[in-house]
Ligand binder design. Sequence first.
Ligand SMILES: [Zn+2]
Length: 252
Amino acid sequence: MTGAVPTPLPDWLTAARRITVLTGAGVSTDSGIPDYRGPDGVWTRDPDAEKLVTLCYYLADPEIRRRSWLMRRDLQAADPRPNAGHAALVDLERQGRLRALVTQNIDGLHQAAGSGPDRVLEIHGTVHEVLCTSCGDRTPMRAALDRVEAGEPDPACLVCGGVLKSATIYFGQLLEERVVEAAVAAAADCDVFLAVGTSLTVHPAAGLVEVAVRNGARVVVVNAEPTPYDDVADLVVHEPIGTALPRLVAAG
Ligand SMILES: [Zn+2]
């Protein structure tokens, strides 16, 4: 089935008790956070911007780091707020039906909306923490941005002097194995896998759909554009996320 959220909802959806959700950029666009890979995405329009999040360029070029710190400062200053899509997933958790919330987003808006930090698996990391590329020291982003605002254009690690970056996964960087394993386990152990606002073209996120299908889960895709997994989905919804999600997760 493709298009609108069906009324009434299918029984298998209202009866689902272990729903694993995967969210992508589309969930945060209503909060004013740009989609990087979409048709009008930042990287689609300006491929050079991708260098800002490519590890080898970042480590080699102080100018790229300075630009990155200014970008992080601007992002924090914009103070994005969670939207109706985030809130719907908090409701799902309160109903006791959320197995896990896997997200490709790095904005922390699920936790800001009220999703339990123990349910959220940030496979691409978070902008709210800073990581030293030499010693692995982790510190709050706020503290590093305070140093930028105090006049350090490229603050170094206070422990070892190494290069600091946001605790997000850059191109050329491995994902955190522990987080990916937890996401795969949640995809394998759900009765419904709900992919929202993601193009399902980036691994390992895309592979989670396959894991879910192999383990007998129903699949729901909510996305503005077609995805490579629409054919295997039991339900494909093209409605805006902010209105579709609250209806899809309405208690059965
Ligand atoms: Zn360090």
